[in-house]
Write a protein that binds this ligand. Sequence first.
Ligand SMILES: Nc1ncnc2c1ncn2[C@@H]1O[C@H](COP(=O)(O)OP(=O)(O)OP(=O)(O)O)[C@@H](O)[C@H]1O
Ligand SMILES: [Mg+2]
Length: 624
Amino acid sequence: MGGPPGLPFAGIPPEMQPRVEKLLDREPKHPKSTAGFSHVRGPQRPFTLGRFLRPHWLALAAGVAMVAVETLTQQAGPLLTQQAIDQGVVKGKTGVVVTISLLYLATVILNGIVTWLRTAFTGRLGQQLMKEIRVRVFSHIQRLSLDFFTEEKAGRIMTRMTSDIEALSDLLQDGIINLAVQGFTLLIVMVVIFTYNVRLALVVVLAVVPVMTVMTLWFRSASEKTYGRVRERIADVMADLQESLSGIRIVAAYNRQRFNNVKHRNIVGDHMEANVDSARVAAVYGPGTDFVGSAGQAIVLFVGGWMVLHHTLTVGELTAFVLYLSAFFAPIQQLVQLYNTYQSGQAAIVKLRDLLATEPSVPEETEAEELPLIDGAIRLEHVTFGYDPARPVLRDIDLQIAAGETFAFVGPTGAGKSTVAKLVTRFYDPTEGRVLVDGHDLRHVSLGSLRRQLGVVPQEPFLFAGSIRDNIAFAAPDASDDEVLEACRVVGIDELVARLPDGIHTPVFERGSSLSSGERQLLALARAFLAQPRVLILDEATSSLDLRSEAVIEHALDVLLEGRTAIIIAHRLSTAMRANRIGVVLDGRIAELGSHDELVAAGGLYAEMYATWISHSGEHTPAA
Ligand SMILES: Nc1ncnc2c1ncn2[C@@H]1O[C@H](COP(=O)(O)OP(=O)(O)OP(=O)(O)O)[C@@H](O)[C@H]1O
Ligand SMILES: [Mg+2]
């Protein structure tokens, strides 16, 4: 593997070296990103279009300058036609006709080139801006605390990242530049026709502008409503689709396909109706303005023709008028379309602003200290906590877990065991009281330095689409293959890995859907093992395992937990009873506390649970 970096093979024949280098030169450069991540966000003012665009004003100004040249060259056509007719055709001067035609051709070519450059330039600029906003929203979402993701539907967050950002992209890419083009066109046309003939220009303006204004005002309010509805309905379609897809197994198992079809059909039907409504509005407005425009041309032809006959207008000017008239209507129609783009872009900005203004509920202090290497003494000091502060889940818990101790939480479902684990990892802050690690209040230490020293195996382990290796080395990406294999061996999935076609490089697909849930738990354990954390938190980490695998894990745990603090949450008493101390959580309080023997002797809830367990496992002790 001594070849140059970036090449999948080792040796290159010398005669091919120059060509390879040439190829490498042409490779797009993806320099190692310097983008970092910080939990603390600098002081930031609300997200607005102005603030977002301000740093790019130079590029935007360049775009507008190009637009100006583009529009000028575009609108030179009718003017040159008028000159050719009046100065050349009418007076019979061939030279003038030829010169002006060539000039016309030159403006067309110039216009083509400038339009090409401008489109490429603004396209690129728009994409850069989109990338910037996508990264900004994404890193903000990463910064938010768990409660945000509990309350906000994933589908809605996805909508922010897709349809809202696209609406903003439309506004930036087409909207703003088009606004410049059309506004500029309108201005030029007005100036030119009034210079030609004030009376005829006034006829145009008076005949056409009032009708257009009324139609446009109607269209604006009508389309605003229908467009808003279309956007809401598409969000419904997306949400239903997403939920149906992620629940597809349950849907199939309970034969809910027909029901789901009906539901989706209704949602899609609503979406269709909203679109039909907006199409109806457009169907009136688009052809309507066309009609007014053509009627305007007829009026100009009539009035202008009369003026030509009475020698107050030249033939060329009449031609230019008719030509400019179409150039006069196109921008008005466009501007109204743009109004829609502007509306939805503005709505998207408001939604993104709200999202970007959401503060993490578990913030990192600006002055947060780096937690030094910890021994792992954990203290919950009169901790009261509720997801909804009005309904406490944990009440006044006061508990000290010594460094190096293995502490087990047991208790009925919903008692609050996982919640304790979430407080120790500072996914939430206690409503009252403090959580301390080695005497440091978690509120005052940086989240990074805390979580780096914690290993968590949650109740529902999550695997990412990627290889087994990627998933195990998640917390330690630089680990060697041997270290990953060792972690596999410790938790006892080495046999499974050996059976797989590509070993640890075998992909596990989204959420590890190609593995059994026991295998997923083992992978999650291997991930925690490899990270070698100072404090290990296992939340029902072995609940899906058979007894033999559990025995393997327990043996491995004995090794791993040497000199480390561990919090183990377990329904199986066989796991819990190995801990130094056990806390029985009941109704958000620690009802009993002590070693296994002490608790059995005390004859309380734990002793009862133990007795039940013994009698059951006595009946059907597995052959293992
Ligand atoms: N994100 C949340 N938002 C609101 N309430 C929650 C949330 N998570 C848990 N709860 C509630 O808090 C209580 C304690 O939940 P917790 O997950 O700590 O229970 P547990 O003891 O771990 O139960 P289990 O043994 O089933 O895992 C439950 O009544 C639950 O309904
Ligand atoms: Mg739990």
